[in-house]
Design a protein around this ligand. Structure first.
Ligand code: MEV
Length: 441
């Protein structure tokens, strides 16, 4: 076998895996081992915990763990934990938080936490025959047959809220769904939902086989294709908003509050009607959303996928935020579908996730949804404010300066020199190099 291909890799020890990759793909470079080992935690138990979060772990991959203070949410102060590699995101969050702190802060609420999941099946029958069977037999059996699984969730106030049969045979012939809506309380609930759906699958097969609603041909045609929760949760919505009279918007924007509000309005209109802009606009929102989601141990891929699908709910990709300027009231808000958990998963296992949640006052899932929506909205406000005034490069490059200097191997004294040098200038790669050469000559 080609030595770059391997069997039974996952059974090998960490050392063996490391040696293999170094040998086969990294020219046996001794620095590789050294580098990977540098990132191992000296506390063996803690390293083992991290290794076991995933499979085939070689080392840890550091990301900055930062905080953004001064968020006032429903009149309560918060400090937001943020894990992100993009230098200007935390600065933008801080700037936005401070700006709105002086203007009433953010107001939030959760509309609902309903999460769907589906059993996707094919059956050569009609919707009317299936509906009769569903109403007379199946619906009740699905609830009853999952009582063991749902017991503790029901004790916490959640469980299966409703189960429906859906006709999808127009989209795909013989295709139907059993869709259930779940309330998973403070858990993200993926395992709970998927366990219920797998049990539904068994019950569906048993009940169809035992039913006299169908003839033998129909029974034999039943094929369960799959069952899985949906990461599209358009009813699991957190609302966050900020508002103030435009006269109190006055800041150092370099224009009057009225001009700022009007330009901001147009920028949001463009994000609504022009998908090329909407995507970047929403990407900026996700900068804030994903950073808090990662810090709190939540599945940011699910959150991203859902947010972008929701941005298309009208049939056209559009902005996730909304703006209104009425009677001199500047109002900016987001309704973000977001499924998160504050119990289960990584939340109790990862020490820094535990710390993040503690920093946020050990919030319920609903509260965390609100906080994450605020983080996205604040980020969008900061981005738009920069874009319509000085542009983003000024702030962005200031933050990026340290990355450029680190690449050049600058000392702390040299970094201080450059920070001072750029106090009244816009940072550019070109100018840094020019000044660096001068300094070094
Ligand atoms: C960069 O990560 C995010 C922005 O491009 C967002 C935006 O344009 O609204 C600044």
């Amino acid at each position: 076998m080609n030595k770059k291909l391997i069997e039974g890799f996952s059974k090998k020890t960490k050392e063996e895996k490391l040696d293999w990759v170094a040998q086969c793909f990294l020219d046996n470079d001794p620095e590789v081992r050294k580098l990977l080992l540098t990132y191992w935690h000296e506390d063996v138990a803690l390293q083992k915990l991290h290794d076991e979060f995933s499979e085939n772990t070689l080392s840890n991959f550091y990301m900055p763990f930062a905080i953004a203070p001064n968020f006032l949410i429903n009149d309560e102060p918060y400090v937001l934990p943020m894990v992100i590699e993009e230098s200007s995101v935390v600065a933008a969050a801080c700037k936005s938080a401070k700006f709105w702190l002086e203007r009433g802060g953010f107001k939030t609420h959760v509309q609902s936490i309903r999460k769907p999941g589906q059993v996707h099946f094919l059956m050569h029958t009609t919707i009317s025959r299936l509906e009769k069977f569903f109403k007379q037999v199946l619906e009740e059996r699905l609830f009853k047959g999952t009582e063991e699984i749902t017991k503790s969730m029901r004790a916490r106030g959640g469980g299966i809220l409703e189960i429906t049969l859906k006709d999808k045979s127009v989209e795909l012939s013989d295709y139907f769904q059993i869709e259930a809506i779940f309330d998973t309380c403070d858990a993200m609930g993926a395992n709970f939902i998927n366990s219920c759906l797998e049990q539904f699958t068994q019950i569906l097969k048993w009940e169809v086989a035992a039913s006299d609603h169908f003839d033998e041909e129909e029974k034999n045609s039943l094929q369960v294709i799959m069952c899985i929760l949906s990461n599209y949760t358009p009813e699991c919505i957190a609302h966050a908003e900020m508002s103030c009279q435009i006269k109190v918007l006055e800041d150092d924007f370099g224009m009057t509050a009225k001009e700022f509000a009007s330009k901001f309005h147009r920028a949001t209109d463009i994000a609504v009607c022009e998908p090329y802009r909407s995507v970047t606009h929403n990407k900026g929102i996700m900068n804030g959303v994903a950073a808090v989601a990662i810090a709190t141990g939540n599945d940011f891929r699910a959150i991203e996928a859902c947010a972008h699908a929701y941005a298309c709910k009208s049939g056209r990709y559009t902005s996730l935020t909304n703006f209104e300027l009425k009677d001199d009231l500047f109002r900016f808000w987001i309704d973000l579908p977001i499924a998160v958990g504050t119990v289960g998963g990584l939340t109790t296992l990862h020490p820094l996730v535990r710390l993040s949640l503690r920093m946020l006052g050990n919030p319920s899932a609903k509260k965390l949804m609100e906080i994450i929506a605020v983080s996205g909205l604040a980020q969008n406000f900061a981005a738009l404010s920069s874009l319509i005034t000085n542009g983003i490069q000024q702030g962005h490059m200031k933050m990026h300066l340290l990355n450029i200097l680190n690449k050049l191997g600058a000392t702390d004294a040299e970094k201080n020199y450059f920070v001072n040098f750029f106090k009244d200038k816009t940072v550019s790669h070109h100018l840094v190099l020019k000044e660096w050469k001068k300094l070094k000559s």
